[in-house]
Design a protein around this ligand. Structure first.
Ligand code: NAD
Ligand code: UDP
Length: 312
């Protein structure tokens, strides 16, 4: 197969690229580097099975030749990124999704949307099954991301229903691992980089809000299986083991050691209080299960960040 991956120079897009290439497929990465980096795909330079196009996908774009799959991963994803890039985030979720769907339609390719647990907002149902419609503040600062992704799901389903495009939608829950930026702003990279530098870990609010963290290799395996499956309804992929942010800080201290401390900062507006994926459907339809526990994923991620920022 030859697949196009938008956001291919990002954290997840670059790992997904590696996964397709490892299985003998060809990949065309498309990215404008707004939050990604050429470093993430530098190891692929010169390969005959890999092409890269520097392109803003919010502007209509084309790819020469046959394409079997279009995987739309382009979007700022860290809260600090989408709060700084609100219009770009809304555009890539709307125009970018539309343009990627048009490419899939023109090529007769399968379309795969990277959606998010943020479509559930600050959830009132816990854990969150795919049937939950969500609880999103449509005018709050986070809405630029949440509503862009909700729109992206809607336009994907509309193309499936009315244009016959073969579509898949994954709802990704908090994922971490190598190739996150040291200044990415998400909690796992923040805590690890802060602890490596001997700085206090910044806990927002009282630290009792929860997230469920998935190691990147588990997520990519789930996405890869979903892409190749017949499951055309939105599907949660994430690790259901739930932690408070204070528990996460303790887990990071265990890995890095030293006398790391925490420093409390204000809770961002509309920060979801709890989050845990219900992965009953992924287990049953994809035979997929996360395999890497947090303690092990933190060790691997810390090794990566030690190479990037140094530290203890
Ligand atoms: P990332 O910021 O590392 O990667 C996003 C990539 O998209 C970057 O390389 C960026 O330059 C590119 N991009 C953004 N706008 C673009 C545009 N208009 N044109 C071309 N390229 C553009 O983030 P990530 O964590 O790898 O997230 C990838 C996707 O997965 C996003 O769609 C995100 O919403 C989704 N997602 C990620 C997580 C997670 O925990 N990492 C959770 C839920 C959903
Ligand atoms: N968070 C934190 N300290 C940080 C960064 C984030 O306590 O340095 C909190 C944040 O308020 C949220 C959780 O960690 O409750 C996860 O934040 P992240 O930005 O990683 O992802 P998201 O909010 O999108 O789930």
């Amino acid at each position: 197969m030859r697949v196009v991956i938008t956001g291919g120079a990002g954290f997840l897009g670059s790992h997904l690229t590696d996964r397709f290439l490892a299985d003998g497929h060809r990949v065309v990465g498309v990215d404008n580097f707004i939050t990604g980096s050429a470093d993430n795909v530098a190891h692929l330079a010169g390969r005959a099975d890999y092409e890269f196009i520097e392109q803003d996908v919010s502007i209509p774009f084309d790819v020469d030749g046959d394409v079997d799959g279009v995987l739309h991963f382009a979007s700022p994803a860290s809260p600090i990124d989408y709060l700084e890039l609100p219009i770009e985030t809304l555009k890539v979720g709307s125009y970018g999704t539309h343009n990627s769907l048009e490419l899939a339609r023109a090529k007769g390719a399968r379309f795969f949307l990277a959606s998010t647990s943020e479509v559930y907002g600050d959830p009132e149902v816990h854990p969150q099954p795919e049937t939950y419609w969500g609880h999103v503040n449509s005018v709050g600062p986070r809405s630029v991301y949440d509503e862009a992704k909700r729109y992206a799901e809607a336009v994907t389903m509309a193309y499936r229903r009315t244009c016959g495009v073969d579509t898949r939608i994954v709802r990704i829950f908090n994922t971490y691992g190598p190739r996150m930026r040291p200044n990415d702003g998400r909690v796992v990279s923040n805590f690890i980089v802060q602890a490596l530098r001997g700085e206090p870990m910044t806990v927002y609010g009282n630290g009792l809000q929860t997230r469920s963290f998935c190691y990147v290799s588990d997520l990519i395996e789930g996405i890869y299986r979903l892409f190749h499956s017949d499951r055309d309804e939105p599907t949660n992929i994430g690790n259901p083991v739930e932690f408070t942010m204070l528990e996460l800080a303790e887990a990071v201290i265990k890995v890095i050691g030293g006398n790391a401390s925490v420093e409390y900062r204000p809770l961002p507006i509309d920060d979801p209080r709890q989050r845990q994926p219900d992965i009953t459907i992924a287990r049953a339809t994809l035979g997929w299960e996360p395999l890497v526990p947090l303690a092990e994923g933190l060790v691997r991620t810390t090794d990566y960040f030690r190479g990037v920022v140094g530290g203890r």
